[in-house]
Design a protein around this ligand. Structure first.
Ligand code: ATP
Length: 510
């Protein structure tokens, strides 16, 4: 899918009540979005899928819900006040602002695309005999391009490590990067820009009243490490999970809900014994990719990307990238955070944040492994892999959202064939029975075919039709969204039948 594909998703999401631009009657607010009646259902289902897999199914992981406002010293200790910056650069002609690191990444992506083109060409030429790994490691053109990429990465890393922003600018100039809007190379100097939103607490003015909107949920977990460990009598290794809002004053927020200034994270910090971080890093990489793949959005749509430039707190880090309409981009991060955060909080709070290991009789600051996924990006991943136009056997077309059944906002629609003869009453009886378990809709308007299409467009897995025979045989016709096959099911078996198809259990057992 392309950028054009993203436009289709945005308009479909708005038309059917998934996502609206925020405060649209005032022409919207850039990079803020509201989830509509179906969007909030889908979002809740994604949260439930994550929470069940992470918290309910792991004996040693518990969940919390910390406040968005935290003591400002939290952000001094975590390094966000001093270092949560993006390098920013402006083009003097277009007056457009960019992230310097993103300009460089995009330049690298172009070289990668050229390598992939070389590979595709060679594949065609050599046919079945083609050995891609060998080609990549021996072809002079590919090696030269790869050398260019490595060189750029090394220069960028060195410049950032040395906090040498002039060197970042020189790199952009040397690479001949132009502004996509003006086409010119007329750049300002690179500056650091802090991404935290600041506000003031209560009636206090001046610096003493400053609080920040949290830029990540993780710190709410770290400051509660000891509370949870003690009150829950937790033994290492154990995890604390949280779902909540985070805020970042992104320099350029675009690409719909992919990059917003207010978004939601689902984070888990796993506290472990120092020295075991590599083992747990691999464990969580595997567990998280499995969670993603169980959804059936297409295994080919995921890949791992190891970080070149590690954050100040990490000793290993990678992203799970998803093939969004605009290409492979970060969906989730897995970070080995060492004891950085807890040690910093010890130092700034003067409180011990240790674990007493009953086996070794030692007391130490645990190491931490983090999994951090953006709920909104997960939502976009689901929408972008689900939306399709299909041509049917009779030549007609339908728009269908093949959202995984367990995540679909509406699980079933109950449809009386006509609006009389007692069919609506029977249909409402069935509705009441199913509503106890799932989000179900009732629809009696228009011809049945049009009602099917409406449900296809919002991704409803099952359409349950109540017809005249229902009154005699106490059975209904159930149509499957994906196969469009119809089955006659006894009303007495309906709840179990629907449950078997749409419950999360099958995903979680995978
Ligand atoms: P990026 O490099 O895309 O800015 P990041 O590396 O800063 O992301 P993390 O700090 O690792 O992101 O945050 C964890 C997760 O939170 C990300 O994997 C992403 O899914 C989500 N996330 C981060 N920033 C945003 C944002 N502005 N809008 C929506 N989701 C976000």
């Amino acid at each position: 899918m392309s950028e054009d594909g993203l436009k289709k998703i945005i308009s479909h999401a708005k038309e059917y009540g998934f996502v609206f631009p925020s405060s649209e009657i005032y022409d919207g607010l850039s990079a803020a979005y509201d989830y509509g009646q179906l969007g909030s259902e889908l979002k809740n289902n994604i949260k439930q899928y994550w929470w069940t897999a992470m918290v309910r199914m792991n004996e040693n992981i518990v969940g919390i819900d910390a406040a968005i406002f935290m003591h400002p010293t939290t952000w001094k200790a975590s390094g966000h006040v001093d270092a949560f910056n993006d390098p920013l650069i402006d083009n003097k002609d277009s007056k457009k602002r960019y992230r310097a690191d993103v300009l460089i990444e995009e330049h690298i992506a172009k070289i990668e695309a050229k390598i992939n083109k070389d590979v595709t060409k060679a594949k065609k030429r050599f046919g079945d005999d083609f050995d891609e790994a060998q080609f990549r490691s021996t072809n002079p053109q590919v090696l030269r391009r790869q050398g260019d990429i490595d060189g750029i990465n090394a220069r960028f890393k060195a410049a950032m490590d040395a906090e040498d922003l002039a060197a970042v600018k020189t790199l952009i100039e040397d690479l001949g990067i132009t502004c996509p809007v003006s086409g010119s190379k007329n750049w300002t100097d690179v500056r650091q820009f802090n991404l935290m939103f600041k506000t003031e607490l209560g009636a206090v003015s001046g610096d003493s009243g400053v609080v920040y909107l949290r830029p990540e949920t993780a710190q709410g977990i770290f400051v509660n490490y000891l509370n949870v460990q003690k009150s829950g009598r937790m033994k290492l290794p154990f995890g604390i999970a949280q779902i909540g809002k985070a805020f970042r004053n992104e320099i350029i927020a675009r690409q719909f809900i992919f990059r917003m200034r207010e978004f939601e994270q689902m984070e888990m910090q796993f506290f472990i014994k120092p020295g075991t971080q590599e083992e747990w890093y691999n464990h969580w990489k595997e567990a998280r990719i499995k969670w993603h793949k169980a959804l059936g959005l297409g295994e080919e749509n995921y890949r791992f990307h190891d970080h070149v430039k590690l954050a100040h707190y990490a000793d290993a880090a990678c992203d799970i990238e998803f093939n969004f309409p605009m290409g492979f981009k970060e969906l989730e991060g897995i970070h080995s955070r060492t004891d950085f955060d807890l040690k910093q909080h010890e130092e700034f709070s003067n409180k011990k944040l240790r674990y007493f290991d009953p086996e070794t009789q030692e007391s130490y600051v645990p190491y931490v492994l983090e999994t951090s996924i953006g709920l909104d990006r997960m939502f976009l991943a689901v929408l972008s892999s689900a939306l399709r136009e299909e041509t049917l056997e009779d030549g007609s077309t339908r728009t269908v959202m093949s959202i995984p059944f367990a995540l679909a906002p509406v699980k079933a629609a109950v449809l009386p064939l006509i609006k009389k003869d007692g069919l609506p009453e029977k249909a409402r009886e069935i509705l009441a029975q199913l509503q106890l378990h799932h989000n179900v809709q009732y629809d009696e308007k228009d011809a049945i075919g049009r009602r099917y299409r409406r449900q296809d467009a919002i991704g409803t897995p099952l359409c349950i039709t109540v017809d005249h025979d229902t009154l005699e045989d106490h059975a209904v016709t159930v149509r499957n969204r994906d196969t469009m096959k119809q089955e006659r099911i006894a009303i007495a078996d309906l709840t179990a039948y629907v449950d078997g198809l749409v419950s999360m259990a099958s995903l979680l057992q995978a």
